[in-house]
Ligand binder design. Sequence first.
Ligand code: FES
Length: 105
Amino acid sequence: MEVCKAYELPVEGRCGGMAMCATCQCYLESDTELIDQSDSELDMLDEAFFVEDNSRLGCQIPITKEIDGITLRLAPEWNWFLIKNIEQKSREFINSRLFCFISDG
Ligand code: FES
């Protein structure tokens, strides 16, 4: 994820590498051996959009010499749009409920 950010690629990395957002999702396209996925990475991918068998969270891939030559494809950029849109809709819903609660009040 940090490499992508350094090259200004469209990776949001919203949670700062805590495996809590999936905005760094990418697809492993090479035969590179990676460390096993942690439970938190698997849990996050269970909730993410556009997950494929080769999905990984970029922030959970340590930069080591063993991954030299790795090929990763970034998950669709509009993945982030969906997350933002869901957050916006949630806020609108909560705000409407708060308004109803306050106005019923
Ligand atoms: S930056 Fe949030 S899961 Fe990787």
